[in-house]
Write a protein that binds this ligand. Structure first.
Ligand code: THU
Length: 165
């Protein structure tokens, strides 16, 4: 007979919910606007799914990025990682405060907040763990509600990190 489990672990994850960009705090709205602007420059001929990301640094600078695709699909990179890695390359000693993410597909209207893929969550987690300070994540679709996570922990519970190494 199989042994019975001793208990159950439940993880609660929370997001702030806003109805539109106008409802965001001024700085958050400005950051999301930068993400909306930069998605126009995405190179996404294969998916037609333009993603924009804007990263606010502790020194007040904003770094932006968008998805860059490749005919050899896995060689492309998501908007979040383009922006975060650029920030890491240009400002290696400056912490990331917030990242705003948004999308515009040529195929359909995305009416729910775009949530970063697993690889991008892990990349955001790395910089959160590096600085020891939470990174806020603002997630938006083309339309509809906007979610804000207070930390990558909300999107990546039980994350793998340097503590295991
Ligand atoms: N993509 C992003 O840039 N960020 C995400 O969070 C999800 C997916 C990109 C990768 C690819 O260029 C396209 O969207 C379709 O997956």
């Amino acid at each position: 007979m199989a042994k019975s489990k001793i208990s159950k672990l439940s993880i609660l994850t929370e997001f702030e919910v806003y109805n539109s960009i106008k409802d965001l705090a001024k700085k958050d709205g400005e950051l999301l606007l930068e993400a909306q602007k930069i998605l126009k420059n995405a190179y996404a001929p294969y998916s037609n799914f333009n993603v924009g990301a804007a990263v606010l640094l502790d020194n007040g600078k904003i770094v932006t990025g968008n998805n860059q695709e490749n005919a050899a699909y896995p060689s492309g990179l998501c908007a979040e990682r383009v922006a975060i890695f650029y920030a890491g390359a240009q400002y290696p000693n400056v912490d990331i405060k917030t990242i705003a993410i948004t999308v515009k597909s040529k195929n359909i209207v995305i009416k729910e907040p775009l949530s970063p893929c697993g690889g991008c969550r892990q990349a955001i987690a790395e910089y959160e763990n590096k600085s020891g300070k939470a990174i806020r994540i603002i997630m938006s679709g083309e339309k509809g509600q906007i979610y804000i996570a207070k930390s990558i922990e909300s999107l990546l519970p039980l994350m793998f990190s340097k503590k295991y190494l």
